[in-house]
Design a protein. Sequence first.
Length: 310
Amino acid sequence: MNKLCYSPIALALAVTSLPSLADTFTCQDQVLTPIYQLQGDGERSPLVPAGQYQSNESYFVQGVVTKKVTGLYQGFFIQDAQGDNNPQTSDGIFVYTGSKLNVDVKPGMQVCLLAPVKEHYQQTQLVAHPDQIELGAMTQPLAPTPVVIETDETLAQAMERYEGMWVKLTKQSQLTVTRNFGFDYSSYRNNMVLSHQAPLLKPTQIYIAGSEQAQALANANSSNQLYIDTDQKPANGVIPYFPDFDPEQGYIRVGDGLVNLEGVIGFSYNNYRLLPTNSVTSADFIHYQDRTVAPEIVTDSNLKVASFNV
């Protein structure tokens, strides 16, 4: 029987001469591509050729971590520390790592990576590789960008400009609750939906079903929704970003305005989603049509209301 003989010295040299690629990767002296150039000012990244879902090249990209996610999305969001002061281009982007690559990042940490750009179900993202990520030091905290919806654009068009960014809802954002916190059958999780300026009306409430007007309103409604979601599926009756939620004092009504909520903008299940990075209080829900202490009694009417169970 033949025996294979190994030199202990050779084995030691082999082990010590093969450091981890992740330890040697660096962006130093590399040409960095700003995030806003990856995003561009359209619905797709200009670096992803038409008819393709991924760029032909990989790019060195640097940014500051704004949120790490492991549930609804798997990876982390980064944002350019400077930006280009162009409201038509997003300064943030999602970095996909998958469930097997656990990158120890924290909000405020500077990260650099070499990755291709991918359009994943209409969300522009970077696809990270374990041996091509460099973790840097903690930086000065970024400030969230206030959300502004222009008069000549839909809410969906505005969210495309903010995709991947860390944003903040203000009174000027004019976002109101159009669907209260509850179960969403498209993503099988509890969440809430906001719309711009006013709650959405069901098309058949005011138009004949199947009519051109009903279809036009349905299309307009689909472009006027922002889901307020969470990374992990929340338990029933629990709103992670609203710990004061209570049916008596900390309630939410359809038509309420929401301010001071901060989060990153992602896209999944055919809708834009804001994943909160902070908590809000009952004071951040503006009750434009609050509950009355008692029902208003109309004295000059003969209308009577009856109900029964079937």
